[in-house]
Design a protein around this ligand. Structure first.
Ligand SMILES: Cc1cc2nc3c(=O)[nH]c(=O)nc-3n(C[C@H](O)[C@H](O)[C@H](O)COP(=O)(O)OP(=O)(O)OC[C@H]3O[C@@H](n4cnc5c(N)ncnc54)[C@H](O)[C@@H]3O)c2cc1C
Length: 291
């Protein structure tokens, strides 16, 4: 299908991009890697009047540690994240997820900001960022705001981002000692979107109890969500396999998968239990290896 006509601009800096988005609010759309937006435009499922291509806008693809925060630019590619040793050494869950997104072409061009803004329920980053209690920085011509990843994903392909805002940065707290995380993805073939994905990040206290826990789930509800019931069952407890099985079952009960080409809802619920239990065990092993 031939896309409907649209204007195209390549602003030189963030200020210009934000000004254009404000002037053409409602009809302009940001273009980052293009892997999600361009197919929608080709199918006329999206018909923006203007594409604001961010490729020349500097300062949006850095990966830095700043005190207790990792700052990841909105235009950082999946591959940049995969290859950033300071980040992936501290947070191996980021490598788990980045390495399983699509194929090399997708990882070379697709961006974390595009993935988060697009909010596909089957995308991998949203669940990981919720497990990590990350925050999302949004800029508009009128200012900046920082919102928690939890609560940002409202519905399928719907987030709290306003039309004239640009997602400029993801902020992730640097993990305390004795922390470990894991992202477990079930896919039909290598490179596919998740059938089910489970992200776990945990911190152990000096006595071995779980002091901090985050669990995010991919592709098993209208939007990626935090499995808060499972988290409640784990926080403050001594980790063991039986507890992990109970918590994983609680995560499954909180999920709302749909029957689709990836399989029946009942199968996916069973897979939530399995993938969450695997992620919990792997996260614990990594946390214990640190201590
Ligand atoms: C074949 C294929 C396989 C894939 N497999 C996976 C997978 O296994 N796991 C996975 O998670 N993803 C997968 N993806 C999606 C891929 O990760 C995309 O790169 C990602 O979803 C969108 O990022 P993008 O940079 O291409 O965004 P774009 O397509 O450019 O934009 C997507 C949306 O986000 C908006 N947007 C982009 N950047 C910003 C910003 N900085 N601020 C505000 N709004 C913004 C755009 O306006 C648009 O609405 C796959 C895609 C394809 C085509």
């Amino acid at each position: 299908m031939i896309p409907s006509a649209f204007d195209y601009v390549r602003p030189a800096d963030l200020g210009e991009a934000l000004r254009i988005l404000k002037e053409r609010e409602g009809e302009a759309k940001v273009l980052s890697g293009g892997f999600s937006l361009l197919p929608l435009i080709k199918l006329r499922l999206a018909q923006p009047g203007l594409l604001v291509d961010l490729r020349d806008v500097g300062g949006l693809n850095g990966l830095t540690r700043d005190g207790d925060l990792f700052r990841i630019g909105g235009r950082a590619t999946h591959r940049q994240i995969l290859e950033d040793r300071p980040l992936t050494d501290a947070l191996p869950i980021m490598k788990d997820a980045a390495s399983r997104i699509g194929d090399p072409q997708i990882r070379n061009w697709g961006t974390i900001g595009g993935s988060v803004a697009h909010a596909d329920p089957a995308a991998d980053w949203p669940a990981v960022l919720q497990a990590l209690h990350a925050s999302i920085v949004l800029r508009s011509a009128d200012g900046e705001r920082t919102v928690p990843a939890r609560g940002f994903f409202i519905d399928t392909f719907t987030t709290g981002i306003e039309p004239a805002e640009i997602l400029t940065e993801i902020q992730i707290p640097f993990p305390p000692p004795r922390s470990g995380g894991s992202y477990q993805k079930l896919e039909r073939r290598a490179g596919d979107f998740s059938t089910v994905g489970a992200a776990v990040q945990m911190t152990l206290g000096a006595d071995g109890r779980i002091t901090q826990i985050g669990i995010g789930l991919t592709a098993v509800a209208d939007s990626p969500f935090a499995a808060t019931h499972a988290e409640d069952a784990l926080r403050g407890a001594h980790p063991n396999d039986e507890l992990f099985r109970e918590a994983a079952a609680a995560a499954s009960r909180q999920s709302r998968p749909a029957t689709d080409s990836h399989g029946p809802a009942e199968y996916k619920r069973a897979m939530v239990t399995e993938m969450t239990a695997r992620a919990l065990r792997a996260a614990l092993a990594r946390a214990q290896a640190q201590g």
